[in-house]
Design a protein around this ligand. Structure first.
Ligand code: HPA
Length: 273
């Protein structure tokens, strides 16, 4: 058996008896949404550290567990904390949790993150519906022997972010009176923030927001045929767009401030999926 596949299966086997239901939605909580589970009807939790060989995040504020619960009537598995490529894990480990949630039965992957705004019309605290993405320098997680159990060798990427889910989120934002921009998210590896010249490059390439996650997870989920959607919380203007240096604390503070509206948008969207 393929070693990468075998590892996901082993993780699944080690926790399957603790999974309370077949989740419909797999929700990845980005910075600021960490306490999202407080609003859920929680049925079970599994610490990442309790899953053998599971990659555990080393970033302060990203400590992790799977939380299983209902959002309205929808069974959801949440990832509180994700691992990033910059932590030094192989890319197959970075997408292992995504693959594991598909193995649990999740059909929809809802990705959230914090980002730096490149589009000059965005301010700190803006929300951006991810319409498409650009992968920049992070390795493709499908490199290596293809895992047929997950999907085909050359997956189509024409519509990674599901159009129907996008329209549900768009409609929900309107109904909740939450301003929602739409755009292209670029993933760089981090952990350093970008240089102003890199931000200029990304703007020329067509990116509206930049971060250090999400794209590799979307590529792995698309490979497995999941329906994918994503919302980015623009925590700061990207490097060079203001005179201020960027700090992780500033990103967390802005994400926390935007959290109540973000939570509402995520909850009402999931209820309508
Ligand atoms: N760059 C990369 N990742 C980020 C940023 C940024 O400016 N803000 C939040 N995550």
């Amino acid at each position: 058996m393929n070693q990468v596949y075998e590892k996901v299966v082993k993780c699944y086997e080690s926790i399957k008896d603790r999974i309370p239901f077949k989740p419909k939605v797999a929700l990845v909580l980005g910075s600021g949404l960490g306490n999202y589970a407080d609003t859920m009807d929680v049925k079970a939790e599994i610490d990442y550290s309790a899953i053998e060989q599971f990659p555990v995040s080393t970033v302060p504020g990203h400590a992790g567990k799977f939380i299983f619960g209902y959002v309205k009537d929808v069974p959801v598995v949440c990832m509180k904390g994700r691992v990033h490529y910059y932590e030094g894990y192989p890319i197959s480990d970075v997408v292992l949790p995504t693959r594991l949630m598909k193995m649990m039965g999740a059909e929809i992957l809802f990705l959230t993150n914090a980002s730096g705004g490149i589009n000059p019309s965005y301010g700190a605290g803006s929300f951006m519906l991810i319409r498409d993405h650009i992968s920049c320098f992070a390795p493709n997680p499908l490199i290596g022997e293809n895992i047929e159990e997950f999907g085909c060798r050359f997956p189509d990427m024409s519509t990674v972010y599901d159009r129907e889910l996008q329209s549900v989120i768009r409609k929900t934002a309107k109904e909740c009176d939450i301003p929602l921009a739409e755009g292209i998210y670029a993933q760089l590896t981090g952990p350093s923030f970008e240089s102003p010249a890199e931000i200029k490059m990304l703007r020329i390439l067509g990116a509206d927001a930049v971060g250090m996650s999400t794209v590799v997870e979307a590529i792995a989920a698309n490979h497995m045929g999941m329906k994918i959607c994503g919302i980015s919380c623009v925590a700061n203007l990207a490097a060079g767009m203001t005179d201020q240096p960027l700090t992780h604390e500033e990103v967390q503070e802005a994400s926390n401030k935007a959290a109540p509206l973000f939570r509402q948008l995520v909850t009402e969207s999931i209820a309508s999926f």
